[in-house]
Design a protein around this ligand. Structure first.
Ligand SMILES: Cc1ncc(C[n+]2csc(CCOP(=O)(O)OP(=O)(O)O)c2C)c(N)n1
Ligand SMILES: [Mg+2]
Length: 562
């Protein structure tokens, strides 16, 4: 334990104790509408966003790219708004810590200002809630929050700090020992090592395989296990498919990459059909860090339930959840993958026949089918052409963030990312109105990267549009690409047999570039395909947040599927 601050016990306001504790963990950024006035702004930026839902999502994006817990301070009045961020973090296993003003115990039940069952609301979507009644315990509870958030399966934490910020609680100046445990400032803070017997069982299964493959989930990126996954895949000549959230676990231009799985993009123009073919055609499937959810497994058909499953996951609750599992390994993904590689190298392992030719053939077919849309010159623009232009500006320094709905389906299917925290989509909740705040947080967690954010017009209008002003105020230079199709396309697609039902159409002609300029960002409207490339280049070169409003054909897209 390294004490970053004097641990002799000193009297100060609780907010100052907490700010000093955060500094010791290496936190570089705090989101929230509750300001800690004496926080050292030279070490921690405070981002005062507009909506607590967005704040929680910014904390999620920050956690993904920085590898540190995202911090949100919360005024009690914003409790109802924070649920979305907690839910996204809970389902996506992201460590965020919400420091909330809790109600003074003696006021409970009196209809006090903003009184609400805060803990009751938050309980189902948190890993742990610390109810801090004695304010002098707040720094110790924050240290506990960091330990719990960053070990095992990461997840969201709430500290309900009773009476803080309240005029009825004069004793907010308390004596406390203030120090930090910086080893819990990043995650995974301590890696759970695999049981050698579990590794041995898994290796026996992998050795017996004729056509093995790997399906990598979000757990690979959370464990930063990119090199270990690549080493194992190359050693075993295992094709690697990723789940939607797992996109970025493996370099997608690698000859062993089968690309992303996912029901929403496995038909028509979707690249998911490649992963689907490869994974279904495998006799042994090694699952790594995946919840085997409905979306990524195409309703639990990919992998085929008859294949032999090996599952490596830090959470024993996920192993065997949906698939009859021959060998389970409870471990951190980095530690588990390294152990598998070591054991295969030490044993008499012969790699099976390589399947890179099979992958290449499927990929060539997919490119051929996408040639037309990629070169399309029609206006309104075909989304396939937009994807072509986005691919030209993406490189190893790009982080792609997407809102839910068709933008995320195109993003997952039609882009190729490097290994790393390079792709973020809100698949914890699947909620629209999440992309922009995730992107703002992602940029703050990785200021040197280019962040491109795909947004639906419907997604922006859910209420996150004002966060463009947040990005402008703090100079957070994200590039927002709006899929402006004038409709809630995915929902409309579900009811297309009812042509007279038009509630899913938006007011026609909304110009998001103008709205962006009003909110102090740069805005570029694109109606012709030929204008896409210069607009994207200009946006990415700008030091200001820039919105590229792309007028898309509302009738072109993926068949419905969430
Ligand atoms: C918070 C939330 N409410 C409702 C939905 C259901 N839903 C899924 S897609 C969609 C339409 C989104 O429209 P838009 O963002 O414009 O994207 P498009 O499908 O038009 O590309 C809706 C409402 C959702 N995913 N999240
Ligand atoms: Mg739309």
């Amino acid at each position: 334990m390294s004490a970053a601050y004097d641990a002799t016990g000193m009297k100060d306001h609780v907010y100052n104790h907490l700010a000093k504790t955060l500094e010791g963990y290496g936190t570089t950024c705090v989101f929230g509408m509750r300001v800690y006035p004496e926080m050292d702004r030279s070490r921690i930026r405070h981002i005062n966003m507009h909506h607590e839902s967005a704040g929680g999502l910014m904390a999620c994006g920050y956690a993904r790219t920085s590898g540190r817990p995202g911090i949100l301070t919360l005024n009690r009045a914003g409790t109802g708004n924070v649920i979305m961020g907690l839910a996204e973090a809970f389902n996506s296993s992201l460590p965020i810590i919400v420091l909330q003003d809790g109600l003074t115990v003696t006021l409970q039940g009196k209809n006090a200002l903003y009184e609400l069952d805060q803990i009751g609301l938050e309980r189902p979507v948190t890993k742990w809630i610390g109810d801090v009644v004695d304010l002098s315990a707040a720094p110790a509870e924050l240290r506990k929050a960091f330990r719990i958030a960053t070990t095992g399966r990461p997840g969201p934490i709430v500290l309900n700090i009773r009476g803080v910020g309240s005029i009825f609680a004069p004793n907010q100046w308390v004596e406390a020992q203030v120090f930090s445990e910086p080893e819990y400032g990043t995650f995974p803070a301590q890696r759970i090592q695999p049981d050698p017997a579990a590794i041995e069982r898994a290796v026996e299964v992998l050795k017996s395989a004729r056509k093995p493959c790997i399906v990598a989930g979000g757990g690979v990126s959370l464990a930063r296990a990119w090199p270990e996954l690549q080493e194992l895949a190359e050693l075993g000549q295992f094709p690697v498919a990723t789940t939607v959230v797992g996109k970025g676990a493996f370099p997608e231009k690698h000859p062993l990459s089968a690309g992303p799985t996912g029901r929403a993009n496995s038909t028509g123009l979707g690249r998911g059909r490649i992963a689907e073919a490869i994974v279904k055609d495998s006799d042994v499937v090694l699952l790594v860090g995946t919840r085997t959810n409905e979306l990524s497994t195409s309703g639990w058909t990919v992998p085929d339930p008859r294949s032999t499953i090996v599952h490596l996951d830090v959470d024993p609750g996920e192993i065997g959840r949906n698939y009859d599992t021959k060998a389970g390994i409870v471990a951190d993904a980095k530690a588990g993958l390294a152990a598998l590689t070591r054991a295969l190298k030490a044993g008499s392992f012969q790699p099976p026949e390589p399947r890179t030719e099979q992958i290449k053939k499927l990929l060539d077919e997919w490119w051929r089918d996408n040639e037309g849309p990629a070169a399309s010159n029609v206006s309104p623009i075909h989304p396939g052409r937009l994807m072509h232009e986005v691919r030209q500006v993406m490189d190893g320094d790009t982080i792609l963030v997407s809102d839910a709905s068709t933008p995320y389906i195109w993003a997952t299917s039609h882009t190729f990312v490097e290994a790393g925290p390079t792709f973020i989509a809100p698949r914890g909740t699947g909620a629209i109105g999440t992309g922009l705040p995730l992107a703002i947080g992602a940029k703050l967690g990785a200021p040197d990267k280019k962040v491109i954010c795909f947004e639906g017009d419907g997604g922006l209008l859910t209420g996150i549009l004002p966060e463009l002003e947040t990005a402008a105020r703090y100079g957070i230079a994200v590039t927002v690409v709006v899929f402006n199709n004038g409709t809630l396309q995915l929902e409309r697609d579900h009811i297309k047999q009812y042509p007279n039902v038009d509630e899913f159409n938006l007011s026609p002609g909304i110009n998001f570039a103008n709205l962006a300029r009003e909110l102090k960002c740069e805005g570029i409207r694109v109606e012709q395909p030929g204008d896409l490339a210069p607009a994207l280049r200009r946006a990415l070169a700008s030091s200001k947040p820039t919105l590229v409003d792309v007028v898309l054909d509302p009738n072109e897209g993926f068949p419905s599927g969430h």
